[in-house]
Ligand binder design. Structure first.
Ligand code: PLP
Length: 388
């Protein structure tokens, strides 16, 4: 039965989104991996965050299926129905990997940001947040009730300026390690130094740099030799680990505090241990380094190819935005690419500022055999739309 009680005119709002080329629709995709099936056709997948291809790794899948015999979910919070040893084991491994005292797992990376940031500061405090930070960080800042100042993207002088003022009880600076929609890296050492000089906690969301950057794959903080300046690292297990869930690492007191105070940890069901066991196995593959080698080869080949076609490529990471500007043009390019055999999304407002719509390409280690075909599709699409 359809309710006739219309409190909000959703249709009108949806029409407006359509009119402004900001309407989002779900595209049905069968199978996972570097090739996906869309409408029965094999398509090269260039919008996955499964950067090391671990979501399809046979050993990781075997781990999940073996641990299924213990049940699907704890169906309750860890503080209510007991602490599963697999979650503890994963937390031990993550903390050890990151060389931090303790880790705490959340159901998703989004919830980790909410759960950590919104509980570390409150209404007598100040958060200074990069203007390009992810929606989950923005939401966490709002939820905290703290005074929020936004600093110009990756800008040290502006951060210093925005940190001024001594009447706050606590100060917190937050940035991403690798920016999810621009693919550039934060100047972690410089940002961290300024944060500490101003007695601020320095928090880094490394969802897109974790397990990829650094000599030991500890992420962007290791890569930029900034580990001593980063007080708290928040990350996701559904990017390079190819699994599911979120986590935070920091000192022991911080983690104890979160267990006691973080509503997003206390009042929700635990991450199913099947996912924790998958992450434990995936982490073992991550630290070998061979997948990262393949990834960076693919990135380099793809960037060179795009440049040769005539695209302006500024990012040097595995996230390669092709800035189109106009929302409609970006959508048309995404649809044309799909017809040519490549799946990439047009990223539009409010994920990125209005008028800076883009095609966000993400490269993975398992694309090796498909890079040339993907580049051919970009070439044909760009010519069709007279973009080059
Ligand atoms: C920078 C950043 N932080 C956090 C998240 C959320 O992670 P999850 O997908 O595990 O919720 C994302 C997701 O895309 C992200 O890009």
């Amino acid at each position: 039965m359809v309710s006739k009680h219309e409190v909000v005119d959703f249709k009108n709002e949806l029409n407006l989104l359509q009119k402004n080329n900001l309407y989002r629709e779900l595209i049905p995709v069968e199978t996972l991996g570097s090739i996906v099936k869309i409408n029965g056709k094999n398509i090269i997948h260039l919008c996955s965050n499964d950067y090391l291809g671990l979501s399809c790794n046979k050993q990781v899948i075997r781990t999940i299926s073996n641990s299924l015999k213990n049940g699907i979910s704890q169906c309750s919070s860890r503080l209510v129905s007991g602490n599963n040893h697999v979650l503890e084991e994963l937390e031990y491994d993550l903390a050890k990997h990151k060389r931090r005292e303790k880790a705490l797992v959340y159901p998703t990376g989004y919830m980790a940001n909410l759960g950590v940031i919104s509980n570390l500061v409150g209404n007598e405090d100040l958060i200074v947040s990069d203007e390009l930070n992810h929606a989950s960080i923005i939401d966490a800042c709002k939820m905290s009730g703290a005074n929020v100042r936004v600093f110009k993207h990756n800008n040290i002088e502006d951060l210093e300026y925005k940190l001024s003022g001594s009447h706050y009880k606590r100060k917190l600076v937050v940035t991403e390690g690798v920016f999810s929609m621009d693919g550039d890296c934060a100047q972690l050492k410089e940002l961290g130094k300024i944060s500490h000089e101003n007695n601020a906690l320095f928090v880094v969301d490394d969802a897109h740099g974790d397990f990829l950057y650094g000599m030991h794959f500890r992420g962007t903080a290791e890569h930029f030799r900034a580990e001593k300046y980063v007080d708290v690292i928040i990350s996701s297990m559904s990017k390079a680990l190819g699994c599911f869930g979120g986590y935070v690492v920091g000192n022991g007191d911080l983690v104890e505090y979160l267990i006691n105070k973080s509503r997003q940890f206390i009042y929700t069901s635990a991450l199913p241990s099947i996912f924790a066991s998958a992450s434990i196995t995936a982490l073992k593959f991550c630290i070998k380094g061979s997948l990262q080698k393949k990834l960076w080869n693919n990135v380099s080949k793809f960037r060179k190819g795009l440049f040769n076609i005539g695209f302006n490529v500024s990012s040097s990471s595995h996230i390669i935005p092709i800035i189109i500007g106009d929302e409609k043009k970006a959508l048309t390019l995404s649809k044309t690419l799909l017809k040519e055999g490549v799946f990439v999304q047009a990223i539009r407002y409010p994920t990125v500022p209005k008028g800076s719509a883009r095609i966000r390409v993400s490269i993975t280690s398992s694309l090796e055999k498909h890079i040339d075909d993907a580049l051919d599709a970009f070439n044909r699409s760009a010519q069709k739309l007279s973009l080059i």
